[in-house]
Design a protein. Sequence first.
Length: 96
Amino acid sequence: MADRKTRTFPIDDEYKLRVRYTYGWKKNCGNCDAPGPKLREIRIDGTLRGQEKLDALLHELTHFWDWRADEGVINHSATVTAHVLWELGLRFLDEE
Ligand SMILES: [Zn+2]
């Protein structure tokens, strides 16, 4: 299934971001490596679907770009942004 693949994305000539789906978490929806390494990884709970998965991805991507951002602000902004994009029709093709 396409959404189960680990994917790596170039950030620039030096740095990369890898997104990986993981399983077996009880509570966390995702997490993100701290800044520093040239390859940083975001891990997302592979059981999430739809708007919840989008929320988790936006949340961890915000951490990726702004490591010092306030967790409460990230929670709120990711959830609202996921809701807006979902209501505007954004979907994961591999979930249909
Ligand atoms: Zn967070």
